[in-house]
Design a protein around this ligand. Structure first.
Ligand code: ADP
Length: 498
């Protein structure tokens, strides 16, 4: 029986909007307090006010989640793929039905404008629909042995209990792109959401628990453990032989720690880490299209995305018009609370993050960059707002060209030779996304093949797509999420000699 303890719910409200959100730890379909009763505060980055207290999981709680996942693993792996598919399809429908609730909670805890939050619900839910369709297609293969003395049978089996660790910038989608393929493959999964934004995942925990109850599935195939002790949690769980897989989205520094930790038990790992995406605009690019795409690639989520364009490299002939047009588009941003009418740019996630962006901009200006625009942030200092900013003539040694900005700052550098631009674009230890713009098919193909990244957008500013493999190369990590590749991360290959 699902135990949705109503006393572990908290109202999240602003104006007319009100959503009851679970605030406990989901151990399978049971929501409960932390074993020591402690909680931590979640705040609204637009106001700095505390909006909920959430259970702070302890060692007992996360070890319990692993014990339950281990117990669920066999049964879930043996559940027919068709049933798993129908569970996923039902989750897709239930999340979609509750779009307004999810969007409200996400805007409140993360700060993104409501319209973008709705977009994330559609995008995040789509992973369940996509992997509902993939779960019945994990084919193996059969071949006669060349010596004629037997057969080669290759099957695909679920890897086992998974730990998913997710960041705050897309509180729903970063979790669904791990949960959906894990469940599709037949793996139970434990989700550790970011402490800044646990509420969206806790609401998803409720939706999943209700769907599982409808299907009569009682074992703990999904658990959610909010905690402020992420490092201790990952060390404990990864030190245990029952955990077989870790899927992480977050910073490169933490990714490296997790890869090192995985060596102890040789868990499978998928690492979706930081980026430093170049946005290369060739001489023959269509500037109308460039401006729209630059806006999307830079300003979605207030620039707080690992695939956000970090460096704009533009042919010198187009540079003056590009700077003028992108500046007026940036200037038209309306900063405010994500749930307020008309807001197009929400706050940064934390004060620390906001101050870090300010530091990067100051460093660039000190080294010679020119700041073309900067609106004033809202007058009171309560929320963590950073105004949209354009920097031109950014010198190569400015930190902002080498670190992920994660904020609404456009940096412009010019080039006259495309090969030189591509070389500069690739001159980074990261390789997640890259963007190239040209109306000439040969130039477009050159950009597609020579930009070093796991994902390249050609004449496109939005590249995220559940049906496509998302992931990076070099220090942006390894493994892919989405597409037919996404489920592979949760499957082992078994060879049977017949
Ligand atoms: P950011 O700087 O954007 O918050 P992080 O990489 O620090 O990115 O965080 C991404 C996720 O990783 C969050 O859920 C965070 O709690 C978690 N995390 C941070 N440090 C560790 C760690 N040592 N082990 C496991 N998870 C961690």
């Amino acid at each position: 029986m699902t135990k949705l303890h109503s006393n572990l719910k908290s109202p999240i409200e602003r104006g007319e909007r009100r959503v009851e959100v679970p605030t406990g730890i989901w151990l399978g379909t049971t929501c409960s307090d932390a074993s020591d009763g402690r909680t931590f505060a979640v705040d609204d980055p637009a106001t700095g006010e505390v909006i909920a207290q959430v259970a702070d999981a302890t060692r007992d709680d996360w070890m319990k989640s692993l014990e339950l996942a281990d117990r669920a693993a066999h049964e879930w792996a043996k559940t027919p793929a068709r049933t798993r598919s129908e569970v996923l399809r039902s989750i897709f429908e239930a999340v979609t039905e509750r779009t307004e609730e999810f969007a409200t909670v996400m805007s409140m805890e993360m700060g993104k404008p409501l319209q973008e939050a709705r977009g994330e619900v559609a995008y995040g839910a789509e992973y369940f629909r996509w992997f509902a369709e993939e779960s019945v297609r994990s084919a193996g293969r059969f071949a006669p042995a060349p010596q004629g003395n037997g057969s080669i049978l290759v099957t695909r089996e679920p890897v086992g209990p998974v730990l998913a660790i997710t960041p705050w910038n897309f509180p729903l989608a970063m979790a669904t792109r791990k949960i959906a393929p894990a469940l599709a493959a037949g793996c139970p999964i434990i989700v550790k959401p970011a402490a800044e934004t646990p509420l969206t995942m806790l609401l998803l925990g409720e939706v999943i628990a209700q769907v599982l109850e409808k299907f009569g599935i009682e074992s703990a195939v999904v658990s959610t453990i909010p905690t402020t002790n992420a490092a201790e949690m990952s060390r404990d769980l990864m030190g245990d032989p029952r955990l077989r897989k870790v899927s992480f989205t977050g910073s490169t520094d933490v990714g490296k720690i997790l890869v090192r930790q995985s060596s102890e038990r040789l868990q499978r790992t998928s690492m979706e880490l930081g980026g430093n995406a170049p946005f290369v605009i060739a001489e023959d690019a269509n500037l109308d299209l460039v401006i729209d795409c630059a806006w999307q690639a830079k300003m979605r989520n207030g620039g707080q995305a690992c695939i956000a364009a970090n460096r704009f490299l533009i042919h010198e002939k187009l540079a003056p018009e590009f700077v003028e047009r992108i500046t007026s588009k940036m200037d038209a941003s309306v900063m405010g609370h994500g749930l307020d009418e008309g807001t197009t740019l929400g706050p940064m996630i934390t004060r620390r993050q906001r101050d870090r962006i300010a530091e990067l901009v100051e460093d660039a200006v000190e080294k010679g960059a020119r700041k073309v625009t900067q609106q004033e942030p809202p007058a009171d200092d309560a929320g963590y707002f950073y105004p949209p900013t354009v920097l031109v003539d950014v010198p190569e040694d400015a930190r902002i060209l080498h670190e992920e900005i994660f904020g609404p700052v456009v940096t412009v550098s010019q080039f006259c030779d495309l090969d030189d631009a591509i070389q500069r674009a690739n001159c980074t230890p990261f390789g997640l996304a890259a963007y190239g713009f040209s109306e000439n098919v040969h130039t477009a193909r050159k950009l597609a093949s020579e930009l070093h990244a796991g994902m390249v957008g050609i004449n496109r500013g939005a590249i995220s797509e559940p049906a496509a493999p998302f992931g990076g190369i070099k220090e942006s990590g390894f493994g892919r999420e989405g597409g037919s590749e996404g489920i592979e991360e949760y499957l082992e290959t078994k060879y049977v000699a017949f």
